[in-house]
Design a protein around this ligand. Sequence first.
Ligand code: HEC
Length: 231
Amino acid sequence: MSAAASRVRRASGLAALAALAASAAIGVVGCDEGADDAGGTAARESPARGSAEREAAREATETSANRGATAAGEPEPCAERALAATDELKRALKTRLMAAMREGPDAAVTVCADEAEAIRARVAEETGARIGRTSEGLRNPANAAAPEWARRYLAEPHRVDGAFAPWSERVDGEAHAVAPLPTGGLCLTCHGAEVPPPVQANLDERYPEDRATGFAEGDLRGVVWAALDCE
Ligand code: HEC
């Protein structure tokens, strides 16, 4: 593919991302419901959302590094794109999860286990970001590898008005973004304290070292992280 063609492809990919971020903001993407309910304002804090909210979030945040803002207080475009990539992975995984749950939670475990990596790889390709999920209580050992700044977020989550909030920074030629994944009602079936026996049996078989149950609604289940080269 020529450089021009690849630029065009990247540009249309970004346009699609922007459209997705916009539709998520107004709740068109149904699977955001439920998943975000316990997260309170977490999803609304994304700087991809309305400018009034962006203003409020920026004021609440105080330090510019938290939102990858420039010294003048403007959102840093590369950090914004890294945040948009985290939004896209969240959205893609939730969409697939919600569809799979219609077949029942046991079937959905199988879908998550078999498809999460392919969805992650597709979003990485589309956004150009290195991207993944991680947690302090891991289920899938493949999610253990994560950058130092993503671990820092887990240890000390960024909060705005008490709710987990997205965080980003721009360091030299790279932007880093972390989006919280709060435990919502939907998540409890597979990550809560009382996982139904057939689901538990499926999990035991696939993840003998599973540390991702016992979460309560509102707990930070994990994060999506993304790193982007800015040029
Ligand atoms: C149907 C069962 C099921 C439901 C419901 C579910 N998960 Fe998971 N979750 C899994 C499985 C299986 C994995 C391991 C496979 C993978 O990497 O996705 C996983 C992995 C994860 C991971 C990656 C970190 C790790 O532990 O490996 C995060 C973060 C996560 N889930 C968050 C959530 C959140 C937030 C919700 C609610 C919106 C949710 N999950 C709902 C089954 C589920």
